[in-house]
Structure formats: C-alpha cells, structure tokens
Design a protein around this ligand. Sequence first.
Ligand code: UD1
Ligand code: UDP
Length: 354
Amino acid sequence: MKVLTIIGARPQFIKAAPVSRELRRHAHEVLVHSGQHYDAAMSDVFFEELEIPRPDYHLGIGSKSHGEQTGEMLARVERVLIEEKPDWVMVYGDTNTTLAGALAAAKLDIPVAHVEAGLRSFNRKMPEEINRVLTDHVSRLLFCPTDTAVSHLQREGITAGVYQVGDVMVDALLHNRQLAQQSSRVLDQFNLVPKGYILATWHRAENTDDPARLASIAAALNALQQPTVLPLHPRTRQRLEQASLKLDNPQLHLLTPVGYLDMLQLEANASLILTDSGGVQKEAFLLQVPCVTMRDETEWTETVEQGANRLVGADSQAILQAVEEINVDFNRVQPVFGDGRASKRIIETLTQQI
Ligand code: UD1
Ligand code: UDP
C-alpha cells in the first residue's frame, strides 16, 4: 500500500511524527511538505527532534494570501499525486495545507484519511473552521480524537468511515516527555524555576490581525506581574512591529519559537499556560497545568467543561483576572484524549482498507 502524507505547518509535524513512524512499519509512505511553514524554528527543528524522514517532495509554497497559498498548493499537490498514484492520501488538522491536500486528492478520486477529524469551533470566521468542515466532507476515513468530534460529524450526516481513535498528540507527548526532561536545558537557559513562571503563546489570526485584540493582549502581557515566557510566532512578531506595539514588561522573556522538546519542558514546568493555540490547550490539560485561553470559543470543549481551561477572549482585564483566579483540582479531571495508541489504531484501520 502506498500512502501519501501531506504536511506543512508546525502542529502537523508533531501530529504526523507518531503516525508516520507506525505507518512505515506497514506500508510505503511518500512524504510531501507544502512549505507553509519554512523558518528553521517552525519546521526543520521538528524534523530533527522527532526524527521525521526527509520529505520526498518539498513544494516550497511559503506565505501568501489564503486563496493564493491554498490554490498554489492545490495545483502542486495535484502534480505529485498524478506522478505518485498513491492508494491513500493522509492529511492532518485544519490548516490551508490540510484543505489543499484533501481537495487535490478528492478531485482525483484518491481516498483521503483525515487525522483530527470532527473538530468544530462553530465560528465560520476562522480560516481553520472552513478548512476542517471542507476536509471532513471530502474524506473517506475520519479519525476523531474524541467522542465530541464523532458527534459533530454525525450532526453533519457523516457516519461512514468515522473512527474514534484518541488523539495523536497524546502519542507524541508520551513518546517525547522523558526525552524532553532529560535533554532540554531551557529552564536553566532562562533562569526559570519549576512552577515559578507562566508560559504564553499567541498566534491565532483573530488575535493578531484585529488591531483592538492585538493591542489588548499586548496590554495584558505588559501588565503581568509574574515571570512569563513567550516563544513568539513570527506572525505575531510582525503584527506587533507593524502596529508599533512594544512588549516591554521586564517580567517577560520574549523568545523565538522553540522546538518541541523545549516546549514540552516549558509547558510541564509552568505554573499556568496562557495561550490561543489549539495544541497547547490540549498539552496543558495532559500535563496538568491550568490553562487560560485567549479565545471566544474552543474546539477542545472538554478541557473547559472539566474546569482545567478558562476561555477569556482578548480583553486585557479578563485575561489578568483569570490568571489571578484560576485554580484547578486535577484530581477531578478525567482523561478524554486517549491512551497514546491513536497512531496504532489509525494505521490498523487504514491498512485493513484494501
Ligand atoms: C497556520 C494555520 C493555523 C495554525 C498555525 C500553527 C492556516 C490558515 N493557519 O497559521 O491554523 O494554528 O499555522 O502555527 O493554515 N511566517 C513566517 N515564517 C514561517 C511561517 C510563517 O515568518 O515559517 C509568518 C508569515 O509572515 C506568514 C504568517 O507568519 O504570513 C502566517 O503564516 P501562515 O502559515 O499563513 O499562518 P499561521 O498563522 O502560521
Ligand atoms: N509548539 C512548539 N514550539 C513553540 C510553540 C508551539 O513546539 O514555540 C508546539 C506545541 O507544543 C504544540 C504545537 O506546537 O504541540 C501547537 O502548534 P501551534 O500552537 O503553532 O498551532 P495550533 O495547535 O494552534 O494549530
């Protein structure tokens, strides 16, 4: 069986790593990198740390408007698919790379397997929501991380080919947690005391491209009283510069994006995580660190329902208040994201298809 995997953005490297490892034990994988993320700190570092094989094709698409980026990927992926004639195409998550890969395959009648299917924020203004909904509707196999995701698909009439396998990010985390503890020097590097700092991440389009939300989050970060580490996504760095906004709180350690092992170490030892990332909300939950999420809604509703995550939007006062108030009893929190064997289930199901 020949399976063509298409990835291109930071969280997809992390999700694909455990699945790809398992896949290569049972089938032939052709790996395509769209080039959506291209800085070494957004791409190469994950291939090295997670031992992801070198892509067979690097499309080098880079940063563009949504239409141009997705359109160029669609055309380039189509050419690769015609040449490689895979039995299946695998896509991950909800980026423009996900949609372009799924659409190119579906139009050539090549079956698509979607990992992290069924997620919904119910906010159609998010580019990711459009990408998820469309990808799910052209996929033949839909690998859901949770029961909630399965029920979202059911409501949209998608029941065939749906499997609740658990979350592949649990697989990645369990595989790398010990290695991160042993090899990461990030705490010493920045003089951080375990449980003595906040970890923040910030990149979501709605929080960077809306000037009011950008300024409000910057104000909150500038007012934080505790030591705070912020590995900043290049998108946010650019938007702050364009708006002439400065992050000048002496408590703030502003970093370039860090690798996955340093990130796991920073997350596990934080007293609190402040984020607008999807993956980071989940990792906070898994590592039992209270999370404050700077969004108006989340796809990972289970983390909020269980009291481990608070949604605060982008209002600076609301952010600061939640940071002060949040208190989570992790003894009462139930696991919902699976047992770390999602990749195995995905590959078992996929390889039974022919
Ligand atoms: C993308 C995904 C988002 C995901 C995020 C993970 C879409 C629509 N969005 O958002 O769902 O949460 O990746 O990180 O697919 N840039 C660089 N260097 C890079 C990559 C990006 O400087 O290596 C800058 C460019 O100015 C670019 C901007 O970041 O225009 C945004 O990059 P893009 O890939 O379009 O979206 P993300 O915000 O990264
Ligand atoms: N991540 C990382 N370094 C960073 C920021 C994030 O390794 O500087 C990891 C994080 O641990 C998680 C994934 O990247 O596994 C989340 O990606 P991101 O926040 O870019 O995207 P999202 O999950 O919101 O789509």
